[in-house]
Design a protein around this ligand. Sequence first.
Ligand SMILES: Cc1ncc(COP(=O)(O)O)c(C=O)c1O
Length: 374
Amino acid sequence: MTVPFVDLAALVRPSKAEYLAAIERVLDTGGFIGGPAVTEFEAAFARYCGAPHAASVRTGTDALVLALRALGVGPGDEVITAANSFFATAEAISHAGATPVLADVDEATLLIDPADVARRVTRRTRCVIPVHLFGQIADMAPLRALAAANRLHVLEDSAQAHGATRAGPGGEVWRAGSIAEIAAFSFYPTKNLGALGEGGAVTTRDPVLAERVKQLRDHGQAGRHDHIDVGYNARLDALQCACLSVSLARLDAGNAARRHLAARYRAQLADVPSVRLIAEPAGSSPVYHLMIIRVDAARRDAIRDTLGKAGIATAVHYPRPIHLQRAYAPLGQGPGSCPVAERAANEMISLPMYPDLTLAQVDEVVTALRDALG
Ligand SMILES: Cc1ncc(COP(=O)(O)O)c(C=O)c1O
């Protein structure tokens, strides 16, 4: 049996009739940009995240750029984010005109390390972007305290964490997209909530920020032909929003399936000494966008090779930390500046993880992995 890394056609198949009906409704209205499909999805997604406002945009990258610009982050500002995110997190900071500063991550969770963020705060720091990586909420309590003490904005990169929760300091439930003043989501097709194409959204509790994002996504218009800012054409179209509403209704079931599969992986791998799992912080309910294991760096590529030959597809998220990407050589954060992220980049393997993966397939991946480890 082969196990693909992800099979999007299989994933959307059970909802095909609902997607087609949603598309038909949009075709019948003729409202392809804006209109009820967009506002209905935005209202439903805001409700889902526990945030008063959501603005849909073209991609997750746009969501980050527009959120930063809505916060007023720009040239001369520094923005601190995690060294082991997808490149887009830092790229968005550059597109907003600011300078990315990459912080190291926690050894146990591989989430941004608040102590390292604190060490990197300067006079020019304006914002911190914690990344809820792999479906797990970052350590937000110390980051919020640090931000309050230094008058910094906080923008959650929630691209990999739709529906994830973590307990706050008083035991309250913190949900991705409503923990900081503003958050960015991606609806790239492989995400927990995926569009049938590109998509993204900004959520916020601040009506002024929500309005700013809506203006920026629409060429900076405050009203028709009244451009108060140089913005973007970054609206998400009605067809994608209509389909996202269909997918949103299935998100909790998909997340529950991912958690169930992750529990099986964790149980099966618990007694394999050469495999390390990522810690789940107490009080957190991750949504397992990815299932990450760590192995000996010297053997990682050979292990992946052997799994591939056994029909098990794997990936690496991400093989090179952002500060070591050639595009960011001018930042001057060379090797050694984020040692935990650098080491983890050579040790990680992403195993298959998606809602319609079966427990039998998980067992098969684990058996093949045990064989590959020897
Ligand atoms: C953590 C993170 N941030 C930002 C993005 C960018 O999102 P998009 O690909 O929708 O532009 C992604 C996804 O690709 C991501 O995983």
